[in-house]
Design a protein around this ligand. Structure first.
Ligand code: NAI
Length: 215
């Protein structure tokens, strides 16, 4: 497929397309029109056509989109055609919840290790993966081809730990700690803020109430 520069806005929408197409595949749907996909995803058909045209127009007039092909191609763009080994640093409430979420593996994200500083957690296993102490971190990353580190530690520790990761060969940090990390550009940081999502919900709920108060 021809490589083109795809906008960040489109990239951000791709995981959702990938998920819907995966569900269609699981239901043995082979092809789908932009109109049908539009109804399912609550996105306009023209948005779908525009987005998917970025990849060389998988859709054909009168045929629709080949679900498997589109799913595979979007998967490749998102880097989901290969496995990614990851570790979790911080085995508290959130770290353990993420470690217990087995479905990451369906998308090729393989949990290899969990790390913490609390000696009481040493050796406790989550889905067969033992919690290790931070002293083992660097060697473990080097020996296990770890690409991604998930940070679920207190924000006061995040910068120090992220810096520790910067010369380990880690390629990406999935940062849940509420602090900005400034790292060399070869380490990509994706921040996750559930509270921001909740604030957006709060805004929408307030707006809805405002618009419907006289009805
Ligand atoms: P927690 O207190 O249950 O767990 C934190 C764990 O990190 C503890 O087990 C602790 O021993 C460990 N830890 C502390 N310093 C460490 C270090 N230097 N290296 C390795 N491990 C270390 O906290 P919880 O609730 O799991 O939250 C974890 C982090 O995630 C917090 O920063 C919290 O604010 C954040 N958070 C972020 C959310 C988001 O949407 N981004 C949602 C919920 C929590």
């Amino acid at each position: 497929m021809e490589e083109r520069e795809i906008s960040q806005a489109v990239i951000r929408r791709l995981p959702r397309y990938y998920r819907y197409l995966g569900e269609l595949l699981a239901n043995d749907v082979e092809r789908i029109s932009s109109n049908d996909l539009s109804k399912r995803m609550h996105v306009t058909a023209s948005q779908i056509r525009q987005d998917l045209n970025n990849f060389g127009g998988f859709g054909q007039q009168g045929y629709g989109y080949n679900v498997k092909y589109l799913h595979t191609e979007i998967g490749k763009i998102l880097g989901l055609d290969v496995n990614h080994n990851f570790i979790i640093i911080g085995a508290g409430n959130l770290g353990q919840a993420l470690a217990n979420y087995a479905a990451f593996e369906n998308s090729g994200f393989i949990l290899k290790g969990i790390f913490d500083v609390n000696p009481r957690l040493e050796g406790v296993t989550i889905r067969g993966v033992p919690i290790r102490m931070m002293e083992e971190l660097k060697e473990f990353i080097a020996e296990n081809n770890i690409e991604i580190a998930v940070l679920t530690i207190p924000k006061t520790k995040a910068i120090e730990v992220a810096e520790m990761l910067s010369d380990t060969g880690i390629k990406g940090i999935w940062n849940f700690a509420h602090t900005d990390l400034h790292l060399p550009e070869n380490i990509i940081v994706e921040n996750v803020h559930l509270a921001e999502s909740l604030m957006r919900l709060s805004y929408e709920v307030g707006r809805y109430d405002e618009e419907h108060k006289d009805i």
